[in-house]
Design a protein around this ligand. Structure first.
Ligand code: GDP
Length: 349
């Protein structure tokens, strides 16, 4: 039995039946399967990326390395909005439209709520029924049991694998409750914020910082009795964003409205995304944003590793210093200096 099976890690896509499953493929077999667009192999590779077992990590790194030269050729779209705004219904309708335009779509989710509550806000309900059965779509729920940073890194690596498997449109969905938006923003080309009609000035519990990150806004559920209210919210939002600092990338965020039920406005959102891509590719900002993100992840990963190493080696002294700082026996700077000196000493041993 392979490590993957024996660890009880689901191979994502293959149901556990109690029957012995096939041995874990080699890195080469994984890469070959991914590059040929095999969704089952892709799902198993993502499970390796999500695993915390050292052997899986090592294999995952090999696979990612080999896939990297085949990645990047997609439009990565972050989609957020408060629970109930209609994210999954929208993604289903919008995703089907994107596929009807000849695209191959991967839908990934980042849901840090599953770490806090043990349950997830995005939910285990049957989501995206049509998409999940469509050959041109690949849906992967959020990795769980990790810090937001960990979830975000795994999602970023998953994007590479999906791109290598030929998915040219990537949605990264997240719950609109704070932190996770920043992580998503650091891995997508465009950020789409879904808004609910009639929530007025409070801007629906969405922090202003998150609104400032958005490249595109869509007021959802613009149908039936709600249509007029949706239009009002659209106009109000469009005028509110005039006061936001202007983007250096030459793009002015647009506010649209749509209905996942009547499908009105859905194709316009895709048209705007294509327009955005065209604008930023022609002025170079598409590439600049990706380069900035690559640098951000380099820095993030290095500091995550260093901090992890630091705390694991220095736990005793750190706690001691923390206490002394709390009791004003030593300044924070002196304490930090002592800790770092000791860390260097221990590292040389
Ligand atoms: P999420 O929590 O953001 O993923 O929201 P859901 O997609 O689960 O939708 C929340 C509720 O809004 C559900 O009852 C949907 O049926 C409803 N809903 C979603 N989109 C639309 C829409 O375009 N029009 C109408 N009338 N209802 C919608």
């Amino acid at each position: 039995m392979s490590g993957l099976e024996s660890s009880g890690v689901s191979s994502g896509g293959v149901r556990s039946t109690g029957i012995r499953r096939k041995a874990l493929p080699s890195a080469e077999e994984f890469v070959k399967g991914i590059l040929s667009g095999n969704k089952m192999i892709l799902a198993r590779a993502i499970t390796l990326v999500e695993s915390s077992l050292p052997a899986h990590k090592e294999l995952a790194e090999k696979i990612i390395d080999a896939c990297l030269p085949h990645s990047g050729n997609s439009v990565r779209i972050g989609i957020t909005g408060i629970p109930g705004v209609g994210k999954s219904t929208f993604i289903e309708a919008f995703g089907m439209h994107v596929i009807s335009q000849g695209k191959k779509l991967a839908v990934l989710t980042i849901d840090p709520s599953s770490q806090i509550s043990g349950g997830s806000i995005l939910g285990d309900k049957t989501r995206m029924f049509d998409l999940s059965r469509n050959d041109s779509a690949f849906i992967r729920p959020s990795p769980s049991g990790d810090s937001l940073g960990g979830v975000a890194r795994k999602t970023r690596e998953t994007i590479y694998l999906c791109e290598a498997a030929g998915f040219d449109t990537i949605f990264v969905e997240t719950v609109g409750v704070g932190q996770s938006e920043t992580a998503v923003h650091s891995m997508v080309d465009l950020f789409l914020l879904l808004m609910i009609a009639g929530a007025g000035d409070e801007l629906q519990g969405i922090k202003r910082g998150i609104m400032e990150m958005a490249d595109l806004f869509a007021v959802t559920k613009a149908d039936g009795d709600n249509k007029a209210r949706a239009e009002l919210t659209r106009v109000e939002t469009q005028s509110a964003i005039h006061f936001f600092p202007s983007n250096e990338n030459g793009w002015t965020p647009k506010v649209l409205s749509c209905s996942a039920v009547t499908k009105e406005g859905i194709s316009e959102i895709w048209t705007q995304i294509l327009e955005y891509e065209k604008t930023l590719k022609s002025n170079g900002y598409f590439e600049i944003r990706r380069t900035d993100q690559a640098k951000y992840w380099l820095e993030e990963t290095v500091s995550e590793h260093l901090m992890g190493d630091f705390y694991s080696r220095m736990k005793d002294l750190y706690q001691d210093m923390e206490e002394k700082v709390s009791q004003h026996k030593i300044s924070s700077f002196q304490a930090a200096e002592k800790l770092i000196q000791e860390y260097r000493k221990r590292n040389h041993k």
